[in-house]
Design a binder for this molecule. Structure first.
Ligand code: EPU
Length: 333
């Protein structure tokens, strides 16, 4: 088996920039290498690493860490109006979005500048500014962890929900995504411009302008992982019952909220954490971002455990004051 590195630091492989060592590390660039690595019986534990943008390491990894480095973008089908594009799992998400825009394809513009890779994007159904990955998802290919067999999952099989999919629930740790197909528009683009701050920022009604507006908003509000370590939203926005919502809104009439259905309401976790006075808070090098309280940051040398301990403190305070349990969006290892 090709170049297995021992005792490798994953500091440069996670956007939080926390130190973490893995016993063994391999970067795979095609399906054969990936299958070999998955089926390698020398290592009992296998850890799949994508873009490292939605995880927090709190301990070193034993066994084999397999970095998914499969590259390539191709058009698999097209007609006058639409196109199906396939991207390999190791492609960077934002670079792929820019590529689609350069081709004049619409559909992914609201998802510009989200950190991470193609292969991990479906796991949590990434979303921003009124659009989710599921809106353009056609299918994805995977290799089964245990058998190395290839599978294809279509939209109706992946159980997409708010920041979740079957790969985060029943099939967690069972499949490695190798490529994803998206259906995009070539003309008559379905533009989604309703999200408050996006509407205000928009100059023209076309995919490229939307992406530019999204990039401008994200740059203003969210820290660039190349400058300050972070994994985007650390928590999910909680969904509360109508009854609990009524109790909260009586006390906090200014609380932003989005109705999901007749009996459930989504509350921005960032607003709650902000309300508790945590925006810009620092505990050693672990902190809460100064412009968006939903994002935890590493100001330099914070360890994963220090960031986790801050997250737990916030969860406890939120429960105490709001009777809401905040779930983490980021995967903790
Ligand atoms: N708010 C505050 N204080 C804060 C943060 C937010 O008062 O510190 C308020 C805002 O003023 C606004 C509301 O909370 O009224 C919502 O804030 P925002 O529009 O920034 O969106 P969000 O709900 O906090 C979600 C996603 C983001 C995504 C944005 C835009 C989740 C967990 N997060 O954040 O996704 O970019 O909407 O669509 O759903 C990510 O997943 O990494 C991520 C950044």
């Amino acid at each position: 088996m090709k170049n297995i590195e021992q005792h490798k630091s994953l500091k440069a492989y996670n956007t939080f920039g926390v130190e973490c060592f893995c016993e063994n590390f391999i970067s795979v660039t095609n399906e054969i290498e990936l299958r070999d690595a998955l089926l390698n019986s020398d290592f009992k534990e296998k850890f799949i690493l994508g873009g490292g943008s939605n995880l927090l390491f709190t301990k070193n990894l034993s066994g084999l860490c397999i970095q998914i480095n499969l590259k390539g973008i191709s058009i698999v089908q097209e007609n006058e109006k639409e196109v199906v594009v396939e991207a390999q799992a190791g492609e960077n998400w934002h670079e792929f979005v820019l590529w689609t825009l350069d081709q004049g394809f619409g559909g992914l513009e609201n998802l510009a500048l989200i950190p991470g890779n193609i292969g991990t994007a479906p796991i949590q159904n990434i979303g921003a500014y009124g659009v989710e990955l599921k809106d353009s998802f056609v299918s994805c290919k995977t290799l089964d962890h245990k058998t190395g067999y290839e599978h294809t999952f279509s939209l109706d099989q992946v159980g997409f929900g708010y920041r979740t999919s079957i790969f985060k629930t029943t099939l967690k740790g069972k499949h490695v995504i190798t490529s994803v197909q998206f259906k995009l528009t070539k003309k008559e683009h379905l533009l989604k411009t309703d999200y408050g701050s996006l509407k205000d920022e928009l100059k023209e009604q076309n995919p490229k302008s939307i992406a530019e507006a999204v990039i401008a908003i994200r740059k203003r509000k969210l820290p660039d992982p190349a400058e300050i370590g972070n994994s985007g939203s650390f928590f999910k926005n909680p969904i509360v019952t109508e009854l609990d919502f009524q109790k909260l809104i009586k006390i906090h009439s200014e609380m932003p909220h989005y109705r999901i259905n007749i009996s459930e309401v989504k509350i921005p976790a960032g607003w709650i954490i902000d309300k508790l006075g945590y925006k810009g808070y620092k505990k050693g090098d672990a902190g809460v971002h100064k412009n968006q309280a939903l994002v935890l940051v590493n100001h330099g040398n914070a360890s994963g455990s220090e960031i986790l301990s801050l997250a737990k403190e916030i969860q406890e305070k939120v429960f105490e004051r709001f009777n809401i349990h905040l779930e983490t969006e980021v995967n903790i290892y």
